[in-house]
Design a protein around this ligand. Sequence first.
Ligand SMILES: [Zn+2]
Length: 185
Amino acid sequence: MKNKRIIDEAEDIRRAVEMVQLGARMQMLEVETRLSREKLLKIYKEVRGVSPPKGMLPFSTDWFMTWQPNVHSSLFMGFHRYFAEAAGLKGLDAIIKSYHLYLDHIEAEQMEPALSLTRAWTLVRFFDADLLQMAPCSCCGGHYVAHAYDPTANFVCGLCNMPSRAGKSKRAVPTRKTRVKAASV
Ligand SMILES: [Zn+2]
């Protein structure tokens, strides 16, 4: 059994390195691997060259409802649904695959990713806890992240109902073309 444990640890290290490269915070590494905090700190410092930020994750479901984060989160969740439901991937694998695809799309559009890996991970946990749901937009038919118990009958997404300040940064959200691509994965 000793060999098995070494292989498990090697797999955890590989995952931890990938998560740190993608920007994961310590809280995510501690939940998703069985490595000690000391080992995770070492990995973090080796990969990033600095110590991880301290403190709690400030995330609440409300962050995902603000305009730009909602569009990015909805794009990510579209990929996640595909990997979790159609491709049958579970847990961290589905999250990391979806996050890579999200980054590919954001980079193709020459935008800054609004959603960090840790936020994407938190988003999936909120879905697992039934705090959030996907709501269809009554205008464009796309599916968007919404609070679990909000009525969705007349829901209109942030792209169909853009706030006026959104016009200031025209590269703030994925284009309609990207979203269609995302939906058809
Ligand atoms: Zn819409």
